[in-house]
Design a protein around this ligand. Structure first.
Ligand code: GLU
Length: 301
């Protein structure tokens, strides 16, 4: 079967070094096996995203030589599609309205196993119709989760396990303002596009069990997962969007794309020297076993 991968950037800022690294590995994994790459703009949050930034992302990917075979519809245009999947969850009797406020959520619920959010205790699961009617605000909608252990066999992180009931709780699929959340949108979009492998930063590892659960409910097969390590500066700090000098707006002034790819490929263990190299050349030497599993330290001169 031909692999199908994707870039799923959020156009809320310029492409950052961490995005470049995850995008590079996603592209190499697919292209080293002659597969197809999809681009999708994750612009559900219309306040923080813009078409102009989406265009810059396309230009940055093109500059890097990380090409895509087709671009699918941006998430902001797909609420009608998400409605259909939401209705399917309703038909399965798996949804309920939640009226908890943000501060209640953080004070009542225990912290989440791995990502610092909370485990939802099910406060609104069994409200009666009369109790629901007494609230004068629009609810968010949560999907009920089963007491079941989910196992992610991650290409980078090895085995990751989570029981959604005890480690996450029923989770929101549609916000009170009607906007669908990332977990639902990403599952629908990857599933409909026939994505067979999801490669992204390891800050999203704990999202995989939620997405696997929704994939089962929607009748999609599970993709392979590869959650790539975070990039660290040599002084041990995790590089983030806040490091403005590491976004492509700045880096493109300083170096050629092949130099940047060469530094990243060397830092993650793919090549022996940090020499300039094109994405196409890297595809001929790529293999998952070469990529370092631990944090990756980077010096940019
Ligand atoms: N849109 C997310 C981001 O830019 C990535 C989501 C994903 O790859 O599943 O961080």
């Amino acid at each position: 079967m031909q692999p199908v991968g994707r870039f799923a950037p959020t156009p809320s800022g310029r492409m950052h070094l961490g995005n470049v690294f995850a995008g590079m590995i996603a592209w190499l994994s697919v292209k080293s096996r002659g597969g197809e790459m999809i681009l999708r703009m994750e612009d559900l949050d219309t306040q923080r995203t813009s078409d102009a930034l989406a265009q810059l992302l396309r230009e940055d990917l093109t500059w890097l030589g990380l090409t895509w075979d087709r671009e699918t519809e941006p998430q902001s245009k797909r609420s009608k599609v998400y409605d259909r999947y939401f209705e399917r969850l309703q038909e399965l009797d798996l949804l309920y309205p939640c009226y908890c406020t943000r501060s209640q959520l953080h004070s009542v619920n225990a912290p989440h196993l791995s990502d610092g959010t909370y485990v939802y205790a099910g406060t609104c699961r069994d409200l009666t119709e009369a109790q629901r009617a007494a609230f004068d605000r629009a609810p968010s909608w949560r999907v009920k989760v089963p007491d079941k252990l989910w196992t992610v066999q991650d290409l980078m992180q090895g085995t990751y396990r989570e029981n959604l009931l005890t480690d996450c709780g029923d989770f929101v699929v549609r916000r009170a303002d009607g906007v669908y959340v990332y977990q639902l949108a990403v599952t629908v979009d990857d599933g409909e596009a026939g994505v067979t492998e999801v490669v992204r930063g390891n800050d999203l590892l704990s999202s995989a069990p939620r997405q696997m659960y929704l994939q089962e409910l929607f009748g999609f097969s599970h993709p392979a997962y590869g959650h790539v390590p975070m990039l660290m500066s040599v002084d041990g700090r995790r590089l983030s969007k806040r490091d403005k000098d590491l976004d492509l707006g700045v880096l493109r002034q300083k170096m050629k794309p092949e130099q940047l790819l060469g530094i990243l490929a060397h830092a993650c263990g793919l090549t022996e020297k940090p020499e300039a190299v094109s994405a196409k050349e890297l595809a001929t030497v790529f293999s998952w076993d070469k990529i370092k599993k631990e944090d990756i330290y980077l010096t940019l001169t």
